[in-house]
Design a protein around this ligand. Structure first.
Ligand SMILES: N[C@@H](CCC(=O)N[C@@H](CS)C(=O)NCC(=O)O)C(=O)O
Length: 327
């Protein structure tokens, strides 16, 4: 089931090369790109295990888009037909009335043969996937969906900070978000060691950056923090062991561990984390890496709730805004 990661997406040198996102249509305020933002029209399909989907779950909640953009959650374990709606009654998504996310891809393109991925935005009018372009999805929730944000919603992609955010997230994507996959899915020692060096080199640079400032960009949370958080929160539970990213645990990197705890304890972050789905997804889906499919019992998660001491660095998570209400 996970063969694609070792064949179509592996270079001759054993490097993991992520496929391009297949559907990149955009849902915009004006609708000029083909799809207009509308309440109750689109469904965001996610796995809570997936770091790319997790970005959109956090952003949707921070911005208070729950009432206008519904959420479909797939089973963390794919079968050979891919992502399944087995968590829903009768095994069907109650809004899209489908059993497999693949059905929305085939509705859009009957010839589709690529990977069916989360997050996906599906148009409930047609049952067709509109986009699985995860970096654009979270940015568009911040910009194109602004008319529907809750009062007090934070600006996660402020116009004045966009260039800096884009610059900061680029190496985070390459070396950290995708870096853990490059390490875990490498099929040669050289490719693995290169990814490992890139990953920990970047984590060291991020530790330096975050030693004296509470957030990656500006004085409050932004898209950049969301993107780093979704990898850090999975680090000790899956990447350290399963993907062999084991120079250090997150808990051994004092600045990043405190930064991650700070975010975890911020409404919209920790309350969207499902460690059970995360662990079962990785350890039971990638059979080439973990043939026994045994899910580790650890790590102890209690530390996520311990004091982080980062408020002393200044800034405040929501700036002039307010946190989302408790779940
Ligand atoms: N759409 C992106 C990123 C999203 C992504 O990789 N999601 C994973 C879960 S974390 C997925 O849906 N994988 C399905 C598969 O590999 O068949 C991609 O194709 O690389």
């Amino acid at each position: 089931m996970s063969g694609a990661q070792f064949t179509a997406e592996t270079s001759a040198k054993g490097e993991f090369v992520r496929q391009a996102n297949r559907f990149t249509d955009r849902i915009t305020a004006s609708g000029s790109a083909g799809h207009a933002v509308e309440p109750d029209r689109y469904r965001l399909v996610v796995s809570t295990a997936c770091p790319w989907a997790h970005r959109s779950i956090i952003v949707r909640r921070l911005l208070g888009l729950e009432d206008v953009l519904s959420l479909g959650v797939v089973d963390p374990i794919r079968d050979d037909r891919g992502w399944r709606f087995t968590l829903d009654p009768g095994g069907r998504d109650p809004v899209l009335d489908i059993e497999f996310l693949a059905e929305a891809y085939l509705a859009r393109d009957p010839e589709f043969k690529g990977r069916v991925t989360v997050p996906s935005l599906v148009d409930t009018r047609t049952g067709q996937v509109v986009t699985n372009d995860y970096p654009q999805i979270s940015l568009d929730l911040s910009t194109e969906w602004a008319d529907f944000h809750r009062p007090g919603a934070p600006d996660l992609y402020p116009a004045a900070a966009r260039a800096e955010i884009d610059e900061v997230v680029e190496p985070i994507f390459r070396n950290v978000n995708n870096g853990v996959y490059r390490a875990g899915f490498a099929t040669s020692q050289e490719a693995y060691e290169a990814a490992f060096a890139d990953l920990f080199g970047e984590l060291d640079r991020l530790s330096d950056r975050l030693a004296g400032r509470r957030y990656l960009v500006g004085e409050s949370i932004s898209e950049a923090d969301v993107r780093l958080f979704t990898t850090l929160v999975r680090f000790d539970a899956v990447y350290h062991g399963h993907f062999k990213c084991n120079r250090n645990k997150l808990t051994e990197l004092p600045v990043l561990w405190a930064y991650a705890r700070d975010l975890f304890q911020t409404p919209g972050f920790g309350d969207t984390v499902n460690f059970d789905h995360i662990k079962r997804h990785y350890y039971q889906t990638h059979e080439r890496i973990n043939p026994s499919r045994i899910v580790p019992a650890g790590p102890d998660l209690a530390g996520w709730h311990s004091p982080h001491g980062r408020a002393a660095l200044g800034g405040s998570p929501f700036g002039d805004g307010t946190p989302p209400p408790a779940v």
